[in-house]
Ligand binder design. Sequence first.
Ligand code: G3I
Length: 360
Amino acid sequence: MCATALLALTQPWADDGPPPGSGDLPALARAHGVDLGVAVAVEPLLRDGDYQDVVEGHYTSVTAENTMKWEHVQPERGVFDWSGPDAVVGFAEDRGMNVRGHTLLWHNQQPEWLSQGEWTSDELRGVLREHMEALMGRYQGRIGAWDVINEPFEDGGPFLRENLWYQVLGEDYIAEALRMAHEVDPQARLYINEFNIEGGGAKADALYALAADLLDRGVPLHGIGFQSHFVHGQVPENLAETMTRFTDLGLEVTVTELDVRIAEPVSEEAVQEQREEFRHVVAACLDVPACQGVTVWGVSDAHSWIPEWFPGYGAATPFDEDYAPKPALWGMVDALSREPSERSATRTAPGAGGRSRVRR
Ligand code: G3I
C-alpha cells in the first residue's frame, strides 16, 4: 500500500479526525457482516496506484461503474468485450474482495444496435438470454449479486418507465427477466435497483407493490438496491424505516450507489456535516439485519459522476480529488466502530449469494 492510502487511515482531513483506534475499515465492515463497497472505473483501476490503494485499503467489494453495461460488454451484436469486466473481477478476486454485478436491464448505456433495433418479443427475449448467459455465465460463482433490473420506474415515479423492454415485452418484462436470470445463475442474488425511493413516497410505494406482487407470484427476486444519490442536507432520516418495509417482505436490501453532493462553492462546514450524513447511511444499514452493505459511487471526487451530471455540485464522495480522506470517510468509520450485534453473524454473506465469502 502506498503512502497516500496509508494516510487515509491515519490523517484527519481537518480538526475532526477518525475516531480513536478506528483502524481498518474493511475489517470493521466484515466484523458486522456487511460489505463496504465502491464503484470503480477500469482505467484508473489498472493504472493508478493511489486509486488501487484507496479501493483495496478501504473497501470489501467493488461494483463496475460502467464496464459491465451493455454498450461496453456487447458493443456489437454477438461481439463481447471482456477486458473491462475481467479487469474489475480480477482485481477484486486477487484481493479477496466481493463484486456486485451492475447491470442487466436498463434504459441507459445500451448500444445502438439494441436500442434502435426493430425487435419482435421473441427476438428480444433471445438477445436478452444470450447476453445474460454470456455475462452472468462468465462470472457465475464469482459475482454473488446482480442488479438485474435497474431504474424500472420513471425518475419521479410512480409509473413504470416505458423502456425498450417494457415496449417490446410488456410490463411483465421484470418478472420474465428475473426468471431468466435465475435460470442462468440459480445461486445469484437478484436485485431491482432504484433511486428516489430512500425516504419513502409514491415511487417507493409503487416499488413495494411491485416487489410484493413478484414475491406472491414466486418470481425470484431477492433484493432491493437503494441507490442513495443524496443531496447534502436532504439525506432521509427514515432510510432504515424504508428499508425495513422491504425486508419485512423477506427481501434483502443494499445501499448500492451512495454519494452526497454538495452545492458549490463547497464550504468546510458542509464537508464536516457530510460526515454525519455518511455515518447515518451506514448506521441505517447496520440497523437493518437484512441489509447487506453500502457501496459508495466513485473512488474520489475526481472520479465522481456528479460534476458532469449536476453542474454546480461536487464533493460527493469520501475522498477528495487528491485522494485525501474527508470527514465522510470518518463518518463511515463512526458507524462501523460500534459493537457488532449478535445479528451480524446471521446476515446473509454479502455479495456471495448466501455462500461463504473468500477472504485473504
Ligand atoms: O466512454 C466515454 C469516453 O470515451 C468519452 O471520452 C467521455 C467523454 O465525456 O465519455 C465517456 O462516457 C461517459 C461514461 O460515463 C463513461 O465514463 C459518459 O460521457 C457519461 O455520461 C457516463 O456516465 C455514467 C452514467 O451512469 C451514464 O448514465 C456514469 O459514469 C455512471 O456513474 C452512471 O452510473 C449510474 C448507474 O449506472 C445507475 N444509477 C445512476 C448512476 C448515476 O447516473
